[in-house]
Design a binder for this molecule. Structure first.
Ligand code: FES
Ligand code: FES
Length: 167
């Protein structure tokens, strides 16, 4: 994303982020978003920006202290000391990963990391959500390819597997 603001040594801040179990210390300008720091500075390339940082697509979603957030609308300085999860940190055998693959819940795949993180955040905090609750949780995520039914099928199966204790 483009940075049009003046960055000087006077306005840089040092912050500490715990990302996927590892601690990172980074120097950021006060207006940099979490998206910029995670992707451009630290190289977590799973995070996407389908709407170019307008907060409209959900493809930049990460989990921040257990809650899904739009990293393009979250200031990095506000995340000092917090815990972040990205797709890179999810166990490949986690049901939400396995069911997305099983149901081919993507076409181009650009929206997939955001959907996966949103779904994981829901399933982490709610053991057996209803289909309506799943649809509501995913409602902020856009799929330009229209793979919504396949995505929903994947999350429903992941929910069922987790409810049966199958991780
Ligand atoms: S890039 Fe953050 S919501 Fe689209
Ligand atoms: S699979 Fe292409 S945007 Fe969702």
């Amino acid at each position: 994303m483009q940075d049009n603001y003046l960055v000087t040594n006077n306005n840089l801040r040092n912050i500490r982020l715990k990302i996927n179990g590892r601690t990172f210390e980074v120097t950021v300008a006060p207006h940099w978003t979490l998206y910029q720091v995670l992707k451009d500075q630290l190289g977590f390339t799973s995070i996407k920006d389908m709407c170019l940082g307008h907060g409209a697509c959900g493809s930049c979603t990460v989990i921040l202290d257990g809650r899904p957030v739009l990293s393009c609308l979250t200031l990095a300085v506000d995340c000092d000391g917090k815990t972040i999860e990205t797709v890179e940190g999810i166990d490949p055998k986690h049901p939400v990963i396995e069911t997305f693959i099983k149901h081919h819940a993507f076409q181009c795949g650009y929206c997939t990391p955001g959907f996966v993180m949103t779904a994981k955040a829901l399933l982490d905090r709610k053991k057996n959500p209803t289909i309506e609750e799943i649809i509501e949780a995913l409602s902020g995520n856009i799929c330009r390819c229209g793979a919504y039914q396949l995505i929903l099928n994947a999350v429903i199966e992941a929910t069922e597997r987790l409810a049966k204790g199958n991780r």
